[in-house]
Each structure stands twice: as structure tokens, then as C-alpha cells.
Design a protein around this ligand. Structure first.
Ligand code: NAP
Length: 256
């Protein structure tokens, strides 16, 4: 089992490590000391070891995860001394491999990964570039790994890590819309999320049909489903979702 070190112990490190441990990952996990509360919690409850400083994390790890915010990432890495053979896993959005290489003292293997907070519930569909057997197996402890062989696929795919957060807002709107005297809020919420999960499971299990084809096959003429879908389409309900994706695509391109 390799030793995994995290530089930057914020939200992502917290949910990823919780997910890894709950999924049964029992390798050593080392943490940078900044953000003491989260690091102390992870040490106490999730069998991690807080190191004296960032360099100690690097010195004692085989795989180093850089998990600071994007604006701190390059400066943080530039201050560290890596040794040959180590692997750097970057979860930092919008910073490509060439820019990471530009600040490293060694010619390291670099793998980008984009776990989302459902890692905590062992359900992160983690995008990875390029494919790396150990990194793929690592993220399988907290969901499943989806490997791509081009960095522009990774950049474009990472937009969906933001779409993931919009789903919660949609769940909330649908729960609010259906709860009331005729349906308790907790039942509405369970149904909303259960339907979303069920739809996703069916779409994933039916690769011969697109999600749009599945919708058409359910919302047939004269059904209640059709009635609602027609209203959503006539009000261009999906147009703003496309626009929001385009906005992020442009922002990522501006970052490059
Ligand atoms: N959160 C998500 O849902 C999500 C999803 C996908 C990808 N990501 C990516 O994951 C990265 C981390 O996101 P996050 O949400 O975890 O951010 P966060 O909660 O702000 O955590 C970042 C942590 O890094 C620390 N840090 C900054 N500079 C450091 C340094 N030189 N040495 C050690 N620690 C340092 C920060 O400390 P201070 O607060 O003291 O500055 C903070 O504790 C980002 O690059 C983001 O793009 C996040």
C-alpha cells in the first residue's frame, strides 16, 4: 500500500478522505498542518497523520495530492522539493499539466482528478487524466473512476463537477414544488432524490439509448409526463442549463 499525502486540507480533502476510509482504503494518509481543525478531525476520526509542514508531507509520501485552491496551487508546489518516482495528483480545477510541470523541481508523473463531494457517500464519478492504475483504483474506493486520454476532455468534463452542484438546487426546487398539505416535505425530498437516482441508474444501464430517447419513450402522447415535459420545453427550461455550461467552458478557456 502506498502512502498518500494531501497538501491543502479543505473541503475536498475532507470529503475525499472520509470517502476513501469509508470505502475501506487503509493505506497511510498524511496531511499538511494548515487548517488545523479539519486536519485534527481527520487525524482523530479517519486515521490520518498531520505532518510538521508541507515538505514533510512530500518527503514521506509516494503519491502527493495537491488540494489547495487554484490561486494557491502553483506557489505552494514551487516551494516544495519532490524526488524522482513520486506521483502528483492534482485535483485543482483549471490548472493544466503544463503549468504544474512548470513549477516542479522534478519531472514527475502528474495525474489530474476531479472527485466531487458525493465521494463522502462512496458515489463520486471521478474524472481522471491520464489513466493511471493506482489513481484509478484509489478513487474507486469512494465511487468510480472515469478515465480520459486527452486533457481537453478532462477540462470540458470538469464542467460537470459544477453541474453536479446545480442538481442539488434542482432537487430543492422540486421538493419545494411538490411538498405541502398533501405530501410531507421529507417524503417529497426522498421521492425527488430517489427518482433522480433511479433515472441516472436506468440511463447508465441503457447505453443503447440516449437519455433524451428514454424521456421520449416514457413521456408519450396523452401522459402526465408528456404534459409537464411539453411545458418545460415550451418555456425553454433546459436553455439556461446549456448557457450555464457554456459560461463555465468560456471561463475555463480564459484561464488557460
Ligand atoms: N470543493 C469542491 O467541491 C471541489 C470539487 C472539485 C475540485 N475542487 C478543487 O479542489 C481544490 C480545493 O478545493 P476546496 O473546496 O477543498 O478548497 P478549500 O476548502 O478552500 O481548501 C483549500 C485549503 O488549502 C489550504 N492552503 C492554501 N495554501 C496552502 C499551502 N501553501 N499549504 C497548505 N495548505 C494550503 C487552505 O488554507 P487557508 O484557508 O488557510 O488558505 C485551505 O484549507 C480547489 O483547487 C478546487 O478547484 C474542489
Amino acid at each position: 500500500m502506498k502512502t498518500l499525502g494531501f497538501i491543502g486540507v479543505g473541503e475536498l480533502a475532507l470529503y475525499t478522505i472520509k470517502g476513501l476510509r469509508r470505502g475501506g482504503y487503509d493505506g497511510a494518509i498524511l496531511l499538511s498542518p494548515r487548517n488545523r481543525d479539519k486536519a485534527a478531525l481527520l487525524q482523530r476520526k479517519f486515521d490520518c497523520q498531520v505532518q510538521e509542514d508541507n515538505q514533510a508531507v512530500v518527503a514521506n509520501s509516494d503519491f502527493v495530492v495537491i488540494s489547495t485552491r487554484p490561486e494557491d496551487c502553483l506557489e505552494t508546489l514551487a516551494a516544495l522539493r519532490f524526488r524522482p518516482g513520486q506521483v502528483l495528483i492534482s485535483v485543482v480545477a483549471g490548472v493544466d499539466i503544463a503549468r504544474l510541470e512548470g513549477v516542479l523541481n522534478e519531472n514527475l508523473k502528474i495525474v489530474r482528478a476531479m472527485p466531487v463531494s458525493s465521494a463522502e457517500a462512496a458515489a463520486s464519478p471521478t474524472l481522471i487524466y491520464p489513466e493511471h492504475a493506482y489513481v484509478r483504483d484509489l478513487f474507486a474506493y469512494c465511487g468510480n473512476a472515469i478515465c480520459v486520454d486527452r486533457e481537453d476532455y478532462f477540462n470540458q468534463g470538469s464542467i460537470l463537477a459544477c453541474v453536479y452542484s446545480w442538481f442539488f438546487a434542482l432537487f430543492e426546487a422540486l421538493t419545494q414544488a411538490t411538498q405541502g398539505p398533501r405530501l410531507p416535505a421529507d417524503v417529497a425530498a426522498e421521492l425527488v432524490m430517489g427518482m433522480a437516482k433511479g433515472a441516472a441508474e436506468l440511463a447508465l444501464a441503457s447505453r443503447d439509448r440516449s437519455p433524451g430517447q428514454i424521456a421520449e419513450s416514457i413521456a408519450t402522447e396523452g401522459t402526465f409526463s408528456r404534459l409537464g415535459l411539453e411545458l418545460l420545453e415550451s418555456e425553454d427550461a433546459f436553455g439556461p442549463w446549456r448557457k450555464a455550461c457554456k459560461l463555465l467552458e468560456k471561463r475555463l478557456a480564459d484561464n488557460e
